[in-house]
Design a protein around this ligand. Sequence first.
Ligand SMILES: Nc1ncnc2c1ncn2[C@@H]1O[C@H](COP(=O)(O)OP(=O)(O)OP(=O)(O)O)[C@@H](O)[C@H]1O
Ligand SMILES: O=C(O)C1=C[C@@H](O)[C@@H](O)[C@H](O)C1
Ligand SMILES: [Mg+2]
Length: 251
Amino acid sequence: MGKKTNITLIGMPASGKSSVGVVLAKRLGKKFVDTDIVIQEKHGKLLKELIEENGDDGFREIEDEVNASLDVSNSIISPGGSVVYGQKAMKHLKEISVIIYLQLSYTAIKSRLGDLRERGITLKDGQSLKDLYLERTPLYEKYADITINEMKKTLAKTIDEICEKLGEKPRKKRSFKEKRFQKITNSKGKQSREKTDSTKSNKERADKKRFDNTKSVKEKSSRTRFGGEINPQKNNVQRKNLKKYFKKNEN
Ligand SMILES: Nc1ncnc2c1ncn2[C@@H]1O[C@H](COP(=O)(O)OP(=O)(O)OP(=O)(O)O)[C@@H](O)[C@H]1O
Ligand SMILES: O=C(O)C1=C[C@@H](O)[C@@H](O)[C@H](O)C1
Ligand SMILES: [Mg+2]
């Protein structure tokens, strides 16, 4: 497994091979190859058109051929859910990649899937989704190097778990405090925290803008009145005068 730079995701349709795959590729700095798209490109037709024209078995031959001739490196490969029926394809993918099975319960798959035919799933006449699930599960298990149980996990959590199993460094988790507040250093070099802009409410953002505007107007007018740059921290007399001036002008 050590020398393989590709990763192939297998699992039922809607288990997330494509959606997890593309994010995983970004996370690991790899390329992303969706072999459903490679098939469409190569044949100039939609998957469901290819299934309608060639039947389920004909489509699986096309799928087997395309996946078996995939020549990629440093990539996340996301094939269609039916790739596991293709012996040539699976032999090749096993040779060039680490195979990860995205496992999900039948109920979860059913609720994620919409119209099965519209999605282009290869179902034999009279075969239900449950039949398909039971038929494919042993095949996914047979080819998997790593299995990830996705139940009740967000996409991000699934990706974290894949990285963990691959021995990749975990993403540095920022604490709640770090997300909500940024460190600021005042003129005396003391550090304190201020809410980050993205976590401020609209009212807080508006208040800060008003405060910043007032501050800059005050600074400007103080420079004009007392001439040149001032340093209120060093010059107490000037600071007192300024305070008096602003008090008088604000009322
Ligand atoms: N935690 C989750 N992780 C991944 N996908 C999720 C999650 N929750 C919901 N989804 C949804 O499940 C669907 C997964 O679809 P996706 O096309 O990625 O599956 P697939 O395994 O590539 O299917 P196919 O075999 O048809 O190519 C998407 O609509 C996605 O938004
Ligand atoms: O699971 C399936 O039967 C399929 C899934 C799709 O990704 C496509 O590969 C094709 O439409 C068949
Ligand atoms: Mg897909």
